[in-house]
Design a protein around this ligand. Sequence first.
Ligand SMILES: [Zn+2]
Length: 429
Amino acid sequence: MACAVAFTLCCVLDAAEPSATTAAKSAPISTAEASKFVKEYYAGLSRADIPAVLAKFSESVNYREDRQRDRAFIEKDLRKYVARWPLLNLEPEVLTVSTEADGATTITFNLVYSVANDTTKRSASGRSTNTWIVQRVKGEIQIISQRETVHANPTPASEKYPQRQSHEEEEALSDEELKNQGDMRIEIPPASSTSKPSVPPAKGARKNPGDFVVALDIGHTPSKGGAISARGVLEYEFNYRLVTELFAQLQGLGFHRSFVINPRREEIGLVQRAAEANAQNADLFLAIHHDSVKNRFLKTWEVNDKTQKYCDDFHGYSIFFSNKNAKAAESLAFARKLGQALLNAGFTPTLHHVAQENRLIVDKEKGVYAFDDLVVLKTAKMPAVLLECGVIVNRTEEENLNNPAYRKRLAEAICRAIQDFSSGAAKDN
Ligand SMILES: [Zn+2]
């Protein structure tokens, strides 16, 4: 876990090979023992007893995201976590224990969590699935690998700290504004085409899923949550949930090197997002958002005795690419594939960005727009696209997006477009 509820996304399936030479000679770990071990761990964490929790780790641990970490690193991470969430309610449940032929023991369980911070007025809840590999060292059980996949519940926007409906226009900065931010070195990769990206996408870019790296960007942050749905839930929570599900599907399809930018729900700037994808040499940058409409179109209704804003007049997805992206032609090619895959799966595009924001529509049928100054798109060095999955101020569309089967269909369509793009399929349709 680390941050228990570390908001870590990871692949439970490819847990590290345990070095279980010492474990092989020890007595097997029983379910009762494993259960006690897990319970003690979370009890220690809940009372911020870091030494007690730390004692449960081996000297070197495969700790999240496939990295070997020492105890000093884990201690720092644990301290950060309990400082961030002073109020912890962590309930492990449903535990399975399996001992491998090499003597290492795998413990899998669900964790129901709710965490809060009175000072920052933030809270989060949900459940996570956990896979730990443990071994017995001198009679003591120790963790040698720890993985957690978090499924967060969407949280309603706080009444005390109301958030403004924001739109993706706030995610856009001119090149000049971007340079004037000055807080970090900003590099805008040279665009391959400054006008119309008419160059066909490069051939020979075919890659196997295992070599093709998709960087998934969760639009907005917990404190600047973007749009607010018809039922008062922040866009960020919809983005987070869909990215989590999309990431899991990609892992299942063999895109093992794909990753989520900022999975731990921290505050992150726009430039940092693309910088991370650039640093990791991603092959595709995909930002996930959920859409709203201009304030003048919103009406009010009451939900659980609270006034919320909605608009049922617009629905559907939209796709944005930037002509200022270094790989503008490939970005557009992927945008078209994505639009086609969504159409094939029965989704429809919304065209309201044309009338409401004067946005340039490049492909009306597939719902593809040009939005050149979107910071994440123009600062990414690889093909980059932003998808608005649906209009969450629309009451029916919000309900649809809260339906797991609907989201599964959506994620499947996105995956098909990624598969098509990564395999270098030349056709757009
Ligand atoms: Zn957004």
